[in-house]
Design a protein around this ligand. Sequence first.
Ligand SMILES: C[S@@+](CC[C@H](N)C(=O)[O-])C[C@H]1O[C@@H](n2cnc3c(N)ncnc32)[C@H](O)[C@@H]1O
Ligand code: SF4
Ligand code: SF4
Length: 445
Amino acid sequence: MNKIKSLTAPISVNFEVTDQCNLKCFFCFCGTEAYQSSLSSVSNSEKIKNAKRILDILAKNNVFEIRLFGGEFSLLKNWKSIVEYAYDLDFFMSFISNGTLFNEADIEFLIDKKITNCGISVHGLDSLHDQIVGIPGSFKRASRNIQLLSDGGVKTSVLFTPTKTNILHLEKFARTIIEKYGASSVGVNRLFRNDRYENLSFSDYEYLFGIIKKLQDDGLPVFFTGSFPRCKVSTKYWRYMSNCSQGMAFCQIDYMGNIKNCSSLCVNLGNIFQKSLQDIWQKGLAEFRTLKHLPLSCRLCPSFCGGGCIASRTIEQNFIADEFIKLPNEETLIESITVTAKNYAKKWHSMIYTQPRKKQTTKKWQSHDKPHVICRYKTRKEANDYYLCMIEKKGIVVLNKKSISILDLLNGNNTIENIEKKLSKKLPQKIIKEDITEVLDIFID
Ligand SMILES: C[S@@+](CC[C@H](N)C(=O)[O-])C[C@H]1O[C@@H](n2cnc3c(N)ncnc32)[C@H](O)[C@@H]1O
Ligand code: SF4
Ligand code: SF4
């Protein structure tokens, strides 16, 4: 039976430093009454003061990455002092923004503070985007900043929220924003259901998957970044889909210290000024991790995708199964068994027909080489022989004690032969060259 393992603390945190925004996107969940009433109204200086206290707590809990979020973080007066503070605490940092408020100096500042990737939300070209966000000139400003960020070496993904207004424009939009404006990729997310606008149907998503595949076939990096029940779509789209890590490795915190497992939800799990982060993270999500909010077919699923999106039916309640799968009490035992059998068939089909990604050719290491890992990375012990490691621009890997000990010595001062000898004395098992090259393959391209 599938179950989610609890980490000691989240790995990555969306930090909602303000609820205010300069744009008026008609679909924005921050604009709902329920969302607004979940946040307190406080002064700018209070937000900055709280932000620093929050960052201290997150650093103490070994959170690796902070993603500045809002509202619009760059609207907060003195937002740079938060970036400075997080930089001094040595967080990996990125941001999600509408990209309209930065000037050249701001972008230089962000680059200087080692921000190497970000997401800029744009939902159409030119006047279509301006109409969606409600402020003329927004496309011009955001697209100029995408160019400036990309030129400065910041990996800039464009985030496209599909609605009935822009869904048919995705293909042209993605080609233009990548080819003309230098976006590193386009991520298409899920539109959360709400009465304020016309919602998307299952066939709308099927249409989007088809366009994403077409763009990918043409070599363009376009992905479906929202989570979606995989069993409901053809296996040919699986490689362009991602799983959501809300409540597993990721959470959101607002400027009052309230924690949520998902950014779009209005439900808080607890406040880190009142309770420890570990308590909120481990106890507050214990029930969720048993997956009882999902139908039995998900708990038995051989290609567990997280069960789609918990915010897809409503953003006002937590832990609800995706709108395109059944609720636990709606699924009969026969249905669970049938869905599970089909899921095994799909999994085998995808394993047979999906070509494995080509393994990168790795450098041939000699025993006298003195390898030096120079990329930025952070590690954290989770259990006795289980460490998490976040590598800048690469993501998360799980390492054991042996790999961590090897990593410590990959500092340019030790030959491979030396490392073998040193560690074979220190560790219970003998360390051979292959153990070392395995670690090098992860850290050195
Ligand atoms: C809430 S905004 C905050 C950061 C920033 N202001 C921005 O627009 O990127 C973060 C992301 O949520 C997306 N979003 C807002 N409302 C949504 C909804 N109802 N359904 C799906 N995504 C939504 C936005 O398009 C944006 O990409
Ligand atoms: S820019 Fe972001 S926060 Fe502002 S209204 Fe649009 S989606 Fe919401
Ligand atoms: S986890 Fe659930 S929603 Fe996801 S593929 Fe499996 S059965 Fe479908």
